[in-house]
Design a protein around this ligand. Structure first.
Ligand code: GLC
Length: 615
């Protein structure tokens, strides 16, 4: 770990108008700095430096309005550099006495009125880029308060948007990267408030044509409304939307799962374990679990949902058992198992969770996974096999393998398909489901590595000009017409149908950190950084390689902003990132409730799965 000094000279333009003349501007900057002095936050929580003066290199970083920041060696005098640049701020980073010397030089030359030097660990105290600084400002501006306390962030906060629809609401899924950004910054209050307030909304009575959703459902979003109490007083109320107003009237299955995941992230990062022990929080977890674990007609351990019940919240042919929901379900079960108070009352529930986790991981690892070898197997499948011994259990007709896939699948990579139903495999690559199966260890370590290999070798298709494609490839022509219902927002390579969503960067970063492939995440963050800032933080990008800002994309989309910040902070704090992912749970591999091994009638296939994982 490197240590260094940071000396920050921040120009503050309050009360000054920007001049078109760069020279005038420069003078303005300097005089502004003189008047307002140097501002540098000293973070009391930083660990004291152990190695003062260890690093002798002394880079000087300039930031300017129109030019990208750059680093120059401290070889010419600072004064000449300052005078030739139209600067916004100067950051001087370095170690030892040199830091103090430069600070003193700046002060003596009258460039700054006062100076402070902060010692910092590189990473924690790293200087923010222009994009990061703007992102933090925008994220804070998107914060919504309820009775004076911060409770969430707006989905989008574009002052120029005259038709915000429901983008002026706090979405549960959208808040996740905001929550992480705040938590990683050491600000837990907003996350705690969010978790407790959404908990109160959990059992709110809402109906669609006199039918209400199941108890335990978390809303997709909520809005704070001001309601008049009498002529003089008003009251603020939290108004949830469970799908009864949402386009398509879909209940958000992912909300409750994300809520549980967020709760665990909150307790892990803040250490506030009392939060998860609260009676109302324990009840909230159980209500969500009861809803997900209740018996139905299903033969599979995966969760059966309608189309559009997650991030893709419009018709896109993902009804059934979409991978995204299964990955979130798996990690929510793992989180809940960790957080439930273990007593007589929860014993059975924990047993049910363990059985489901075990069955679910087997199911996904075995039947959703495809690579060259597996595709070749499917290609040669026999069909109409009637027996419990069938190889082609779901009666998949080989003709279903799409042409694009035969050429696309790389030698050293593989992925989880999007969905599995009787006689139907959805071969599309869905990014969130795949990266979250890495994060949650729903996939085996070998599969996780192969998925990242695939993303690396298909970089132009999945990252291109903007990370990351929500799904690859897009539905076109007749398929688009039938599957999306001719949705004009989901045209090929736009929005949910093959658009590129920068918010997916943080989940990808987490997966890369977990698998020791940070170079991939850094590369993606680099692709995103300049463009997002220049393009005003769009919600999504269009075209095959993500070259254009999305047709109907919102600007100043909060989860784009927060996803970028979270990715950066995760890369800088890998030890914190490790609190947010899961390793393989070897005990789960031992669980088998099918009873086959006991009867000796047949071999339980789960034994084979175990040996696969340990490879
Ligand atoms: C869109 C997205 C959805 C998101 C919402 C708010 O509807 O499909 O995932 O939560 O916008 O940003």
């Amino acid at each position: 770990m490197k240590f260094g000094f940071r000396l920050l000279i921040q120009r503050t333009v309050l009360g000054f108008t920007k001049s078109p003349n760069p020279n005038q501007n420069r003078n303005l900057h300097i005089s502004a700095s003189r008047i307002l002095g140097l501002r540098c936050a000293i973070n009391q929580t930083h660990k004291p430096c152990q190695n003062w003066g260890r690093f002798r290199s002394f880079p000087v970083t300039y930031y300017s309005y129109n030019k990208p920041n750059y680093v120059a060696d401290y070889s010419t005098t600072l004064e000449s550099r300052v005078n030739e640049k139209n600067f916004e701020s100067i950051y001087v980073q370095g170690g030892g006495d040199l830091g103090k010397t430069v600070g003193e030089e700046l002060r003596l030359k009258g460039i700054v009125g006062s100076e402070k030097i902060e010692s910092c660990e590189e990473g924690v105290g790293r200087v923010e880029t222009v994009a990061e600084k703007e992102a933090w400002r925008l994220l804070r501006e998107a914060v919504v308060t309820y009775c004076g306390s911060p409770v969430g962030t707006l989905a989008a906060n574009d002052p120029g948007d005259k038709m915000p629809l429901n983008y002026d609401q706090v979405f549960i899924r959208d808040f996740v990267p905001s929550a992480l950004a705040f938590l990683l910054k050491g600000e837990g209050e907003i996350v705690r408030n969010f978790l407790l307030h959404t908990l109160q909304l959990q059992s709110w009575e809402k109906t669609v044509d006199c039918y209400s959703p199941g108890q335990g459902l978390m809303p997709a979003s909520f809005k704070i409304r001001t309601v008049p109490l009498d002529d003089t007083k008003v009251e603020e109320v939290l108004d949830p939307d469970f799908g009864e107003s949402a386009i398509g009237r879909v209940a958000p299955v992912d909300s409750g799962l994300w809520w549980i995941i967020m709760l665990r992230a909150y307790t892990k990062i803040t250490g506030d374990f009392a939060m998860q022990e609260r009676v109302d929080v324990q009840t909230g977890i159980k209500l969500i679990l009861n809803l997900c674990l209740s018996d139905g007609f299903d033969m599979f351990p995966s969760l059966l949902v309608t189309d559009g019940s997650c991030m893709i919240d419009r018709r896109m042919g993902i009804h059934g058992h979409p991978l995204e929901i299964q990955s979130l379900f798996y990690s929510a079960l793992r989180c809940a198992r960790e957080m439930l108070a273990f007593d007589e009352g929860s014993k059975n529930l924990v047993r049910t969770i363990n059985n489901r986790l075990s069955a679910l991981s087997f199911h996904i690892r075995e039947y959703y996974w495809i690579d060259m070898k597996k595709i070749n197997e499917i290609y040669r499948y026999k069909t109409e096999e009637y027996s419990t011994e069938a190889t082609n259990k779901f009666n998949i007709y080989p003709e279903q393998i799409p042409h694009w896939l035969m050429d696309w699948i790389p030698e050293g990579g593989g992925y989880m398909i999007g969905n599995l139903q009787p006689a139907h495999m959805d071969f599309r690559f869905f990014t969130l489901g795949n990266v979250w199966s890495i994060v949650s260890s729903l996939s085996t370590p070998k599969q996780s590595n192969s998925m990242l290999n695939l993303i690396e070798s298909k970089w132009d298709d999945l990252v291109g000009h903007m990370p990351l494609k929500i799904v690859y490839p897009a539905l076109e022509l007749e398929e688009w017409r039938i599957i999306t219902g001719s949705d004009p927002k989901n045209t090929p390579w736009s929005y949910h149908n093959g658009g590129s969503w920068p918010t997916l960067l943080w989940q990808f970063t987490l997966a890369c950190i977990k698998m020791g492939r940070t170079e991939l995440a850094r590369k993606a963050v680099e692709v995103a950084e300049t463009r997002l800032h220049a393009d005003h933080w769009p919600e999504y990008y269009d075209t095959r390689s993500g070259r254009f800002i999305g047709k109907q994309s919102r600007l100043y989309q909060t989860w784009t902003i927060a996803g970028f910040l979270t990715s950066k902070m995760l890369l800088e704090n890998p030890e914190k990132a490790s609190l947010l992912f899961w390793e393989e749970d070897y005990d789960l591999l031992e669980i088998c409730v099918c009873g086959l091994s006991k009867t000796g009638r047949k071999l339980c296939r789960r034994g084979a799965a175990k040996s696969q994982i340990l490879v």
